[in-house]
Design a protein around this ligand. Structure first.
Ligand code: FAD
Length: 508
């Protein structure tokens, strides 16, 4: 009897998505599987995904990647969170840091106590009570599982890295484990005349790459999922109106900060991502509100070092494929959809797409239930991330026409409910498995100026002195623990034997 399991998997595209998929499939599928990746050097990759969230570490760990080697190879740095500059109102800053806010007391999380103290004028900024935010602002970092000598929490972290180098690193990893790379431009996607499934990719050279299961990692083009299968796209441009980005690397500036900076601009925002060898910068903007030349001038006027290239324009459409898995094609990365990089979630979505693909790897011909389950879980995840990103735009106090327009948008129902709930009661209601947790929602709500005037009544059980003591104990402990940590650049140089540019102290 022939084995019906589709063991011949073809990946179309060799950007971050393609090589992450290839590496993971090579790691977890045994020798009985054939994994082929087709890519075209002539077409190239987007290559600007440089900031991540802490879950990337699980991916690297699952692959058995050594962190020091990874940071060395990708010229990476550590990331403790994102600083939002000018998002609530011009001149205001806050941080969405990874990890917990303060610490819980009794039945409650920290923020109801903070809200009560704030209303009485006795609390510092919320960031004073977030370990990662305190460490980030001091440019300090170390691997802290649990802050020494205290019951305080661990310091979760992610990475900034050069996306091109990460893909190259994963390519070496995947090829060493048997993935076959085929160079060439895909000119045609052949479909089975009977069942409509994709059967093979035909390259410009005439080479035909046949398979049973296809992973579309061809980027915004979506060669298989859209070009061949016409799956359809759900456009979210009315909620997230930025449709363009200009990206430019510049010389590395001191100090080497362990966080991403997102600065609001007249018609969007500018990212700043510190790497070992350079700083990545970009202006994400709405082309309806600013021209390319003016956006480029703004970007170039706001770099910390000399630009290393001309700004590169990327056009995008925010939204998702109606089905990420259609017939025998699973779309990953930009081929599956895109939410702008404000919360660094695209590479994470590739990672969870791969995890789901491994979960639902078919044991015979693909069934509708497997596809439906995959698509339902994918939609659940991306829609909640979308709402989290929309929150940053909607709740702003800026005066530019672009920002005023965002305040007037009609929100997705769930997000509207969350904002109402937080504004009126100080509670965050979230769906169990969604990506961003209560601390993330609280930091962004408050940072964007949604500050409830009420809080959970159990926060009133402390008297004023106890409340002051509780808050100052947390803030002082975080300051004390942070002061013991080494500087980010020094620790990085020690940890991964990084280039000589890292040896100088970068503590501000
Ligand atoms: P691509 O990089 O476009 O790769 C597509 C691949 O398909 C290439 O190898 C190409 O050669 C191949 N291909 C296409 N057509 C053909 C053909 N006809 N024949 C053969 N091969 C073909 N994500 C984050 O997580 N963090 C960030 O900070 C971040 N910043 C971003 C900033 C911007 C402005 C943009 C646009 C995206 C950002 N992203 C970020 C998203 C991130 O860049 C992508 O998720 C990631 O790079 C994955 O891209 P990809 O592999 O899907 O597509």
């Amino acid at each position: 009897m022939t084995d019906p399991t589709p063991r011949n998997i073809v990946i179309a595209g060799g950007g971050t998505a393609g090589w992450m998929a290839a590496a993971a499939l090579a790691r977890f599928c045994g020798p009985g599987w054939r994994i082929t990746l087709v890519e075209s050097e002539e077409i190239g990759t987007v290559g600007v995904g440089e900031a991540t969230i802490p879950m990337i570490r699980l991916f690297n760990q699952a692959l058995g990647i050594d962190e020091a080697e990874f940071l060395r190879e990708t010229h990476g740095t550590w990331k403790l969170g994102i600083e939002f500059d000018g998002w609530g109102a011009p001149g205001e800053r806050y941080m969405h840091a990874f990890g917990v806010v303060g610490r819980g007391l009794g039945l409650l999380p920290f923020h109801p106590y903070w809200l009560r103290a704030r209303a009485a004028g006795r609390a510092g900024p919320l960031g004073n009570y977030v370990l990662n935010a305190v460490a980030a602002k001091a440019n300090r970092f170390a691997h802290v599982e649990r802050a020494a000598d205290s019951a305080l929490p661990a310091m979760p972290y992610a990475f900034h890295f050069d996306a091109g180098l990460y893909a190259a690193y994963l390519r070496r990893y995947a090829e060493a484990r048997g993935v076959v790379r085929t160079e060439g431009r895909i000119e045609q996607v052949e479909r089975d005349g009977e069942n409509g499934d994709v059967g093979a990719l035909v390259l410009a050279s005439g080479v035909r790459v046949a398979g049973e299961l296809f992973v579309d990692c061809s980027g915004f083009r979506g060669l298989l999922i859209e070009g061949a299968l016409e799956t359809g796209f759900e456009d979210w441009g009315h909620w997230l109106p930025c449709d363009s980005a200009l990206a430019v690397p510049c010389e590395r500036a001191e100090p080497l900060i362990p966080y991403t900076r997102a600065t609001a601009r007249a018609a969007g925002w500018q990212w700043r991502i510190p790497l070992q060898h350079r700083t990545g910068n970009g202006y994400v903007f709405s082309s309806a509100h600013i021209g390319e030349d003016e956006a480029a001038a703004t970007l170039l006027a706001n770099l910390d070092g000399a630009p290393q290239a001309d700004p590169r324009l990327l056009k995008f459409r925010t939204g998702k494929r109606r089905k990420a898995w259609n017939r025998n094609v699973v779309a990953l990365g930009l081929a599956a959809g895109f939410i702008e990089p404000l919360e660094s979630t695209s590479i994470h979505l590739i990672q969870t797409g791969i995890t789901r693909l491994l979960d639902f790897l078919p044991a015979g011909p693909v069934t509708d239930v497997e596809r439906d389950a995959y698509n339902r879980l994918t939609d659940f995840e991306i829609e909640r991330i979308r709402d989290f990103v929309i929150l940053h735009y909607f709740a702003n106090c800026r005066h530019d026409p672009f920002w005023k327009a965002q305040r007037g948008m009609r929100l997705p129902e769930k997000l509207n409910f969350r904002i109402d709930m937080f504004r009126s009661t100080g509670r965050i209601i979230r769906d169990q498995d969604e990506l961003f947790d209560v601390p993330g929602w609280v930091q962004v709500m408050i940072g964007q100026g949604i500050v409830p005037e009420r809080w959970h009544p159990l926060a009133d059980t402390l008297d004023d002195t106890q409340l002051d003591q509780f808050l100052s104990t947390v803030a002082q402990a975080y300051q004390r623990d942070t002061a013991r940590l080494p500087g980010h650049a020094d620790y990085l140089a020690r940890f991964c034997g990084a280039p000589s540019t890292l040896s100088q102290s970068s503590i501000a």
